[in-house]
Write a protein that binds this ligand. Structure first.
Ligand SMILES: [Zn+2]
Length: 125
């Protein structure tokens, strides 16, 4: 199963809640990227608002950074799902995009995954 299929499956299973995670792999100088591993991030938001908001646990992020230190892997980007919403960045998403990182958004409904799109520096790629 490719990493895109894996995150699609995670988005479907998390529905109607958002899922979010880290893409690990390698960034190529030409702007291309390769994803070899994914890490699901726990959503810090519980209960109400969980479907529409995601706040990554910074301690978990720190632990992943420690884990990959010296492994040759790097954080390529992040993915998250938009339950019942298009795979386009929300204003909040766009504001939080770190240049050079890839942001994959998965549009998911009760029927399944509708669309998966990748963005870099707010540009579709
Ligand atoms: Zn979003």
């Amino acid at each position: 199963m490719s990493w895109r299929q894996r995150i699609a499956e995670e988005a479907r299973q998390s529905y109607p809640h958002e899922c979010c995670g880290i893409l690990l792999g390698k960034n190529a100088p030409d702007g291309k990227f390769e994803v070899t591993e994914i890490r699901a991030l726990p959503n810090r938001i519980q209960g109400e608002g969980r479907g529409t908001h995601f706040e990554a646990d910074s301690l978990f992020l720190y632990q992943v950074e420690r884990e990959i230190e010296g492994s040759g892997l790097e954080i390529v980007g992040f993915y998250h799902s938009h339950p019942d919403y298009e795979a386009i960045p929300s204003r909040e998403d766009a504001e939080n995009m770190v240049p050079g990182l890839v942001y994959v958004i998965i549009s998911v409904t009760g029927e399944g995954v509708v669309d998966i799109r990748s963005y870099k520096n707010d540009i579709k790629c």
